[in-house]
Design a protein around this ligand. Structure first.
Ligand SMILES: C[S@@+](CC[C@H](N)C(=O)[O-])C[C@H]1O[C@@H](n2cnc3c(N)ncnc32)[C@H](O)[C@@H]1O
Length: 257
């Protein structure tokens, strides 16, 4: 997937607020073995590593463009590796003290098998801490699906549409309990965004939900974006516009025995 680090970085401040919320749930210990799944350009992985004394943090991402940027943060105790979260062998061992993921698991399908697979790789006494957007019902995202299903885009996309793989907060809580996790914290929170007008929302969406569509649209990409921009302005008129962005956060500790 061609992630564009520059487009992504335009909203770095907005995206780091939920990091603070999920990071606050981490039970910091000495010498932790940590993986950050979908680490992207690595700033937040570096921030995570700086919180964890004498630990080893491995950032994993399947985008070489994003990982290229991450290389600047590489140091003793912080490495980056190309890998796909959907690959069953992405985690080289099953003794992680912390499996962390920030704004990435929503890109991976089938959470009913993904989450238990990750939970199984947490060491007894270790933690999982995840943040992912759950904003799929907002008009800014629903419009993308609507337009993708209309011609000429449907043909240009070869019928491709991406429905959210994110489940309800109850589902994650139940999977954590079934995986023998304790101190279960699961919540959904609105992270408000205020943009000058709806074009600001388009810019945000361009660096996230729209990525797989723009990759596939070829010479229809500009027309798609114009249609999207115009429709969104009808739904989110005026200035400023308020974009209520919903995210799920969960964290829990694996039982010792
Ligand atoms: C929204 S960015 C988040 C990056 C970083 N965690 C942050 O919060 O700034 C999502 C990242 O997930 C990565 N990603 C998406 N699907 C993936 C997969 N199946 N395996 C590994 N990485 C994936 C993308 O390449 C991208 O870097």
């Amino acid at each position: 997937m061609p992630w564009n680090p520059d487009q992504y970085h335009k909203f770095q401040a907005t995206r780091s607020a939920p990091f603070e919320d999920v990071a606050a749930l981490i039970n910091v210990r000495d010498k932790m073995r940590v993986v950050d799944l979908g680490c992207g350009t690595g700033e937040l992985t570096a921030k995570l590593a700086n919180m964890l004394p004498n630990s080893h943090v491995l950032g994993v991402d399947n985008s070489s463009q994003m990982l290229e940027r991450a290389q600047q943060y590489k140091r003793r105790g912080l490495d980056f590796e190309l890998g796909d979260i959907s690959d069953e062998n992405v985690l080289p061992h099953s003794e992680w003290d912390l499996i962390f993921s920030h704004a990435a698991l929503h890109w991976v399908e089938d959470h009913r098998s993904l989450i238990p697979r990750l939970l199984a790789k947490v060491a007894p006494g270790g933690q999982i801490a995840v943040q992912m957007p759950s904003n799929y019902n907002h008009i800014a995202q629903r419009l993308v699906l609507d337009i993708a299903l209309e011609e000429p885009y449907r043909t240009a996309l070869n019928g491709y549409v991406r429905y959210s793989s994110v489940l309800s907060i109850d589902d994650y809580a139940e999977m954590l309990f079934a995986g023998r996790f304790e101190n279960i914290i699961v919540f959904e929170k609105i992270y408000p965004q205020v943009h000058e007008n709806s074009d600001g929302v388009v810019e945000f969406t361009k660096g996230s939900v729209l990525v797989p569509y723009l990759e596939r649209l070829g010479d229809q990409a500009d027309a798609f974006m114009n249609t999207y921009r115009q429709r969104l302005s009808q739904h989110m008129p005026g200035s400023p516009v308020f974009y209520s962005f919903r995210r799920i956060i969960f964290a829990a500790t694996k039982a010792l025995a």
